[in-house]
Design a protein around this ligand. Structure first.
Ligand code: AMP
Ligand code: ZN
Length: 483
C-alpha cells in the first residue's frame, strides 16, 4: 500500500522493517478532560490504518501512551500542567482525574468501534525509561541542566525542523495564556526533558531522579514508551497534525540522539476537525463529545461514517447539517443492506474478488476511505447473488467498522416484526424508513390479490404511484421507494 509520509512529504510504498510485524505507535490522549470528536477523528483514521494493515495480512503491534503527567497548557513546555488544571477544576486528585478520563476515552472509542491498541501505557508507569534516556542524552552532550531542569539542546542537531513546513494554524501549539519565556533555555526551541523546578510548586506527581525530585516533560514519554515496547526501530508513528511540531519533532530529536540512528520510517498525521468557527480544542472548554452526539439522537457510527467520507489529510468541517447528512446516509445504507435476502447459494468467488480489488485499490492509495465506502455501494449494485454481497460487505466492514451486518440484521428483524400479513408478508422501504400508511396500503393490496380482486390491487398500486411511491413485488412481500 502507499502511505503519505509527513517526514518525506511524499506518498511512499509502505515497507515494514520486519515483514512479519508492523510496529506502530500512536500518541494517546491527555486525560484531563473528555476527548472531543476532533481528537476522535484522529483515532478513527488511525484505527482504519491499523485494521487495513491487518486486513492485507500484516501482524501489527500498536502501542499508545496515556498522557497523565507532563503535558503543559502550551505544547512548548510552558504554562500549567494540564492534569493539574483538570484536577483543580473538578476538585479531585490527579490520579482520579486520569482514571476517570482514561475510562471515558475508551468508552467513547468503543462506541466508535475504535480498537484498543495492543499496549496502552500510562506515562507515569515508565519513569525509569525516561531517566535512562535523559542520562544518556546528558552523557552524549545532547542535554544540559539549567535552573534545576534538564533541557534538550536543539543546537546540537544537524537537522531539527523536520515537520516545519505545515501551515502556522495547523501547528498552533496550544493556548498560551499566562505563558512566560523560560530564560533557562539556551536556544528558543530547546525543550524540557525533566522538570525539578517549575512555577507550579503544587505539581502533584513527582519522582526521584539523578537531577532531583521532579517529573518528565511530555515529549520524552512517547520516546520512552515506544522504545520500551517496540524497540529501537518504529515503522509508523501517528498523531493529529498539531502533534507534528513541536511534539513529534522533539520525539525524533531525542530518540535519534539517544539511539544513534534513524528511529521511525513513516509519519502519519491526521488533519484537524474544525467547527465553522475554527479548530476544536479541549482547552477552549466548550467542545463536542460522543455523549453529546448521542444525547442529540445521533448514532456514534454515523460520526465514524462522516469521518470516513473525507480524506484524513484534509481538514474537515463539522456542522450539525453535515452530521445529519451522514446519519441519513448511514440509515439508508443499513436499509439497503437489510433489503438483501440471503439464502443458501454459495459465494461467487469471482464477483467477490472483483469487488475486493476495488476496495483495496481505494485503501492502498493512502487510505482513501471515501472511495472505500463507495465500494460498499458498488457491492450493492453488482450483478451477483445476495450471499456474495453480504459476504463482501461483512469482509470490508472488518476495516470500516460501521457495524453494517449487525445493524442490517437488526433492521431485517425489525422489518419482519412489522410484517403486514399473516406474518409472511414483508414490506421493505429502500431507504430503510417506516411508513405505517404505506405498509397498510400494501397489506390491503396483498390481501386483494390473494382474494383475486385484481382491480382493487391495481387501484391501490395506482394510488401509491400517484403519491410518488413505486412498488416492486418481491418474494413474500413488496419493496417500495419514493420516485
Ligand atoms: P490530546 O488529548 O490533546 O493530547 O490529543 C489527542 C489527539 O488528538 C492527538 O493526536 C492530537 O493531535 C489530536 N487532535 C487534537 N485536536 C484535534 C482536532 N481538532 N482534530 C483532529 N485531531 C485532533
Ligand atoms: Zn506523543
Amino acid at each position: 500500500m502507499k502511505l503519505y509520509n509527513s517526514a518525506t512529504r511524499k506518498k511512499e510504498e509502505f515497507v515494514p522493517i520486519d515483514p512479519q510485524l508492523v510496529k506502530m505507535y500512536t500518541c494517546g490522549p491527555t486525560v484531563y478532560h473528555f476527548a472531543h470528536i476532533g481528537n476522535l477523528r484522529s483515532y478513527i483514521m488511525e484505527d482504519i490504518l491499523e485494521k487495513y494493515l491487518r486486513y492485507i495480512g500484516y501482524n501489527v503491534k500498536r502501542v499508545m501512551n496515556i498522557t497523565d503527567v507532563g503535558h503543559l497548557t502550551s505544547d512548548a513546555d510552558e504554562g500549567e500542567d494540564k492534569m493539574l488544571k483538570g484536577a483543580k477544576r473538578e476538585n479531585k486528585s490527579v490520579m482520579d482525574i486520569a482514571k476517570f478520563y482514561t475510562d471515558a476515552f475508551f468508552a467513547d472509542c468503543a462506541k466508535l468501534n475504535i480498537k484498543t491498541p495492543d499496549v496502552v501505557e500510562p506515562a507515569t508507569n515508565c519513569i525509569d525509561e525516561y531517566i535512562k534516556i535523559i542520562s544518556t542524552l546528558i552523557d552524549k552532550g545532547y542535554a544540559y541542566l539549567a535552573g534545576g531542569n534538564v533541557y534538550f539542546d536543539t543546537s546540537k542537531l544537524e537537522r531539527y525542523y523536520i515537520f516545519n513546513d505545515f501551515n502556522a494554524e495547523d501547528l498552533d501549539v496550544g493556548v498560551r495564556e499566562g505563558v512566560e519565556e523560560d530564560t533557562n533555555k539556551r536556544n528558543k526551541n530547546d525543550f524540557v526533558l525533566w522538570f525539578t523546578k517549575s512555577k507550579f510548586e503544587d505539581q502533584a506527581l513527582k519522582w526521584d531522579s539523578p537531577w532531583g525530585v521532579g517529573y518528565p516533560g511530555w515529549h520524552i514519554e512517547c520516546s520512552g514508551i515506544s522504545i520500551k515496547h517496540l524497540g529501537e526501530n518504529l515503522d509508523i508513528h501517528c498523531g493529529g497534525i498539531d502533534n507534528a511540531f513541536p511534539h513529534h519533532t522533539n520525539e525524533i530529536a531525542q530518540s535519534e540522539s539517544y539511539l544513534g540512528h534513524k528511529w521511525c520510517n513513516y509519519w502519519m498525521h491526521v488533519l484537524h476537525l474544525n467547527t465553522t468557527s475554527g479548530k476544536m480544542s479541549k482547552s477552549k472548554g466548550e467542545f463536542l463529545t460522543v455523549s453529546l452526539l448521542e444525547e442529540k439522537g445521533y448514532d456514534p457510527l454515523a460520526y465514524r461514517l462522516f469521518c470516513l467520507q473525507s480524506h484524513y489529510r484534509k481538514s474537515l468541517v463539522f456542522s450539525w447539517e453535515n452530521l445529519d447528512n451522514a446519519q441519513g446516509t448511514y440509515n439508508k445504507l443499513i436499509g439497503k443492506i437489510a433489503a438483501l435476502k440471503p439464502g443458501t447459494a454459495p459465494v461467487d468467488e469471482e464477483a467477490y474478488n472483483a469487488l475486493r480489488s476495488k476496495f483495496t485499490a481505494a485503501l492502498d492509495n493512502d487510505l482513501n476511505t471515501s472511495l472505500a465506502v463507495t465500494a460498499i455501494y458498488d457491492v450493492l449494485k453488482y450483478q451477483t447473488n445476495d450471499e456474495t454481497k453480504l459476504y463482501a460487505i461483512a469482509d470490508f466492514d472488518k476495516v470500516l467498522s460501521l457495524d453494517l451486518i449487525a445493524k442490517s440484521e437488526a433492521k431485517r428483524e425489525e422489518l419482519k416484526r412489522h410484517a403486514v400479513s399473516g406474518g409472511e408478508f414483508t414490506v421493505i422501504a429502500e431507504d430503510g424508513t417506516h411508513d405505517p400508511e404505506i405498509e397498510s396500503l400494501l397489506k390491503a393490496r396483498a390481501e386483494a390479490k390473494k382474494a383475486k380482486n385484481f382491480p382493487e390491487a391495481d387501484r391501490i398500486r395506482d394510488e401509491l404511484k400517484a403519491s410518488g411511491i413505486e412498488v416492486t413485488d418481491i418474494p413474500g412481500g413488496a419493496k417500495w421507494k419514493r420516485i
